[in-house]
Design a protein around this ligand. Structure first.
Ligand SMILES: Cc1cc2nc3c(=O)[nH]c(=O)nc-3n(C[C@H](O)[C@H](O)[C@H](O)COP(=O)(O)OP(=O)(O)OC[C@H]3O[C@@H](n4cnc5c(N)ncnc54)[C@H](O)[C@@H]3O)c2cc1C
Length: 387
């Protein structure tokens, strides 16, 4: 018997340091997260503050950023960390992606020196949590239509509007909020507790239950001029952050798929049907082979994109290729694994159905699969078909 990743000799593509980082993250997930995650999912709760500190000491929060207490690791190392976190649960990887690639990246890339000093070291340590408010109730795939406004009043800015589906919202110390101004879309740092700023959690989720998802309401929120991110102007600001987070998903989705496949390989080896192990049937082996193949191809694509990112040549279209393929295939793998687990596959005793419903969110956030198809279609034809 040979593990799916060994079949593809994936480790030969990684440096010693990258393998070490992956193994360390896996160890922490095995010890501190896996034993509890199904319970958090079932309860629809996440001990986000405690987890953030654990993840901060592990060094994965903003791990691909340089300076300000961040680890300054390469793209593949960051991707492998996302893979291991999402093998535990997509909610956990979402916490890390939003903290590191959306909130911290926005401050790191577009913030003033004072903003960086104030927020980044504490966020890298997991002492403070951030969220990223772009989506609105009426504008998800088309954020350019946003209605949230920021207007100058004297030296201040006054924000009004609503953001929805915001990961980490109610556990955040700071929200990066994107708003329409006279000079185009701009980003603002809104500390929790600012008068006029309220946060309500989204209830009754069936997907990503081990993740906090919130609505942010801004009702005459007055901020000093220094709250604006000086380096971001226009939609390219938030889209630049999304590109970072999408890259993590290219690896992360394969982590969820790997966890499903590993659980299914173990299950089919011990489950007897018609007096023989389920794994001994040709129909089963065809499913297992197809899944290992898609998993391996997705991992190879992820590492390739990671190397391009490290070389500084990765394009948004290439990130779209990875996000579209790997989330779609991970979802397919999770569904196929569920069939092999039979009725047991619908319980939280096995991780498969949890990954499967989580991946439904992953398919939608950070650009839906349709939007990524349109990005690739535009690259291939030169014709934008978004509108
Ligand atoms: C669990 C979760 C966490 C999230 N976290 C965050 C967060 O932290 N911050 C944040 O800002 N947002 C977040 N989001 C929001 C997410 O990014 C949006 O849900 C996503 O962009 C899609 O927007 P929408 O839900 O409004 O769907 P819509 O944009 O209304 O899309 C509905 C359908 O229409 C399709 N569609 C849209 N445009 C086109 C087109 N031009 N051609 C063909 N089909 C099209 C879509 O692909 C989709 O199938 C989160 C969402 C979820 C579910």
């Amino acid at each position: 018997m040979i593990a799916p990743t060994t079949l593809f000799a994936l480790d030969t593509l990684l440096t010693d340091e990258e393998r070490e980082i992956r193994n360390t993250v896996r160890l922490v997930c095995d010890r501190e997260i896996r034993p509890q995650v199904a319970g958090w999912f079932e309860a629809g709760e996440l001990p986000a503050r405690e987890l953030a500190r654990t993840l901060g000491s592990l060094g994965v929060l903003g791990m691909h950023l340089d300076g300000y207490g961040c680890a300054g690791m390469g793209a593949v190392s960051y991707g492998l960390a996302c893979l291991e976190l999402e093998a535990a649960d997509s909610g956990l990887r979402s916490l890390v992606s939003v903290q590191g690639s959306l909130a911290m990246y926005a401050i790191w890339k577009y913030g003033s020196e004072e903003q960086k000093q104030e927020w980044l070291p504490a966020m890298a340590a997991g002492e403070r949590i951030g969220c990223f408010g772009l989506t609105e109730p009426d504008f998800g795939s088309d954020p350019g239509g946003m209605r949230t406004t920021a207007k100058r009043e004297g030296g201040d800015w006054v924000l009004n509007g609503t953001k929805l589906w915001i990961t980490n919202g109610s556990v955040s110390d700071v929200a990066v909020v994107w708003a329409r101004t006279d000079e185009g879309v701009r980003g603002f740092l809104v500390p929790a507790g600012t008068p006029g700023f309220t946060v309500n959690d989204v209830k009754h989720k069936i997907s990503l239950r081990a993740s906090v998802t919130s609505e942010l309401v801004l009702d005459g929120v007055r901020l000093p001029a220094a709250a604006m991110l000086p380096g971001a102007r226009g939609l390219s600001g938030p889209l630049g952050c999304l590109n970072e987070a999408r890259f993590g998903i290219v690896f992360g989705a394969m982590g969820a798929a790997l966890d499903c496949l590993e659980a299914t390989l173990a299950y089919t080896a011990q489950r007897e049907v018609f007096a023989r192990p389920l794994s001994s049937y040709q129909l089963t082996q065809e499913k297992l082979a197809d899944m290992a193949l898609e998993l391996g191809k997705g991992l190879l694509l992820a590492v390739h994109l990671g190397r391009l990112k490290e070389a500084g040549t990765l394009t948004p279209e290439q990130v779209s290729l990875g996000k579209l393929n790997n989330v779609r295939e991970a979802l397919e793998i999770a569904r196929k694994c569920r069939t092999l687990l039979g009725a047991s596959g619908i319980t939280l005793e096995y991780p498969v159905i949890r990954h499967s419903v989580n991946l439904e969110s992953v398919l939608t956030y950070e650009g839906t699969s349709e939007i990524h198809s349109l990005v690739i279609g535009k690259a291939l034809t030169g014709i934008p078909a978004f509108k």
